[in-house]
Write a protein that binds this ligand. Structure first.
Ligand code: OFO
Length: 171
């Protein structure tokens, strides 16, 4: 069953938002590398890959429904960060805005009575709860270690252990 044009348009906007997230996190990965925190940089690179997969999940969903994907331009991420905590505060704000857009998209799918869209978006709703919780935890840890060098070093090493989940559909 074809999707309503309004819903297709909203999915395309969300695809752009997910790719924009990926690009933003790649910029943050670069900032961490340039500030001698390779573990945080690795964490952000995984985040970049995960966001790319999120975009592709929606991209492939539109195609599987026989709809057209229209890729939109991305904007250059800022690299004007002052501290690791500030970077993660930005991540938190960004993820909150993504949560809001996913929720709006779900509401639209509900209004349009598009059940397959609702099902695919439920995965994203759960994912956003997990992402926001994870980012909050990292902010708390960063606040705890403050500028204590050895603790920052240990936290950076811990961050480097993040890998892509084996089941990519579970990102
Ligand atoms: Fe950061 O999560 Fe995508 O959707």
């Amino acid at each position: 069953m074809p999707m309503k044009p309004k819903l297709v348009e909203a999915f395309n906007i969300q695809i752009q938002a997910e790719f924009q997230s990926a690009y933003t996190y790649l910029g943050m990965a670069g900032w961490f590398t340039e500030n001698n925190l390779p573990g945080f940089s690795q964490w952000m690179r995984i985040q970049w890959q995960e966001e790319t997969l999120h975009a592709m999940k929606l991209h492939d969903f539109l195609h599987s429904r026989g709809e057209s994907v229209t890729l939109r331009p991305l904007t250059a991420p800022s690299k004007k960060y002052t501290s690791s905590v500030q970077v993660f505060e930005q991540v938190r704000k960004h993820e909150q805005s993504i949560t809001a857009s996913i929720n709006d998209l779900y509401e639209l799918a509900f209004k349009e009575k598009d059940l397959p869209s609702q099902i695919v978006l439920q995965w994203f709703i759960n994912e956003q709860v997990e992402e926001e919780a994870l980012v909050m935890e990292i902010i708390e840890r960063l606040k705890l270690v403050g500028s204590d060098g050895p603790s920052v070093y240990l936290l950076d090493r811990q961050m480097s252990s993040r890998t892509m989940p084996v089941d990519v559909s579970a990102t």
